[in-house]
Design a protein. Structure first.
Length: 62
């Protein structure tokens, strides 16, 4: 059997060994940290979109 560390290294192997529920819980912790540091869940403008409006007011950091 091939060990995960051989393929992806120790840090990622630790994550791969978690159950899906455990990975979900760890991801929630990361999102809480991201938001605590001022991150935003607002989507970034996509100038390639046919709905993009360069004149529309933006929300978030300037």
């Amino acid at each position: 059997m091939i060990e995960p560390e051989y393929l992806v290294g120790a840090e990622w192997a630790e994550r791969y060994r978690l159950s899906p529920v455990e990975r979900w819980q760890e991801s929630e912790k990361l999102w809480q940290t991201y938001l605590a540091f001022g991150g935003s869940l607002d989507p970034e403008p996509d100038s390639q979109s046919p709905f993009f409006d360069a004149g529309a007011p933006s929300v978030g950091a300037s």
